[in-house]
Design a protein around this ligand. Sequence first.
Ligand code: UDP
Length: 320
Amino acid sequence: MKLLITGAAGFLGSHLAERFLSDGHHVIGLDNFSTGSRENLEPLRAFDEFEFIQHDISKPIYILGEIDGVLHFASPASPVDYLEIPIQTLKVGSLGTHNCLGIALAHGARFLIASTSEVYGDPQVHPQPESYWGHVNPVGVRGCYDEAKRFAEAMTMAYHRHHGVDTRILRIFNTYGPRMRPGDGRVVSNFIVQALRGDPITIYGDGEQTRSFCYVEDEVEGIVRLFHSDLNQPVNIGNPGEFTIRELAEVVIDETGSKSELTSLPLPQDDPKVRQPDIRVAREKLGWEPKVALREGIRRTIPYFERTIAAGGGAARVLG
Ligand code: UDP
């Protein structure tokens, strides 16, 4: 298949592009390097079937030739990023999704939107099944991301119902692994980078809030299966293994052998207290479940950050 992947220079987009290229597909990667990096494109350039377009997908673009699939992964995804560039975040989720759906419609291509567990907001149902409508503060600081993704899902369903576009809605839960930026700002990269540099490990709030962390290889396998399925309804792809942020810090300290101390910072506004995917749909309809446990995934991620730091990759990035 000939696939257009937006956000191909990003953490998840580049892994996904590499997987599709390895599976023998042709990939046109698109990115504006707003939060993506040129280094993430290096492994993709090794494939003859890879092309790259530098473009901001919140602005229209016409792609000539055949396209069989459009996968929209372009978006800031770390709270520190989308708090810094809230308008770009809203635009890429709304206008960007509209533009991608337009490309899919024009080419008769399948469309997949990278949505998020943030559509559930600070959830009052736990774990979160796809049928849960969520508990989002539209005017809070996270609203720019949450509402852009909720709009993206609504727009996707409208194109599906009104234009008959063959669509998929992927709800991604906290994913980690190599190719995250050291200054990405999300908790896994922050803790590993802080541990390796001997900097204090920054726990926001009391650290009793929970997240469920999925290793990138598992996430990509789930995405590929969803893309090749016939499921038009949203599907959660995440690891149900749930940990408090304090527990994550302990695993990271243990695996890095770091002497870093824990330090407390204020809990960000609207920070969800709990998060855990209900993955019954993925299990039953895609035959998918994650295989890499947190400790193992952290072990696989550490060498990447060691290399990045040795190459002058910089410090973690904290809120505030
Ligand atoms: N967090 C933290 N220290 C950090 C970064 C994040 O304690 O240096 C917490 C944050 O408050 C949240 C959780 O870790 O409860 C996950 O944050 P992240 O930014 O990775 O993504 P989120 O799941 O909130 O979108």
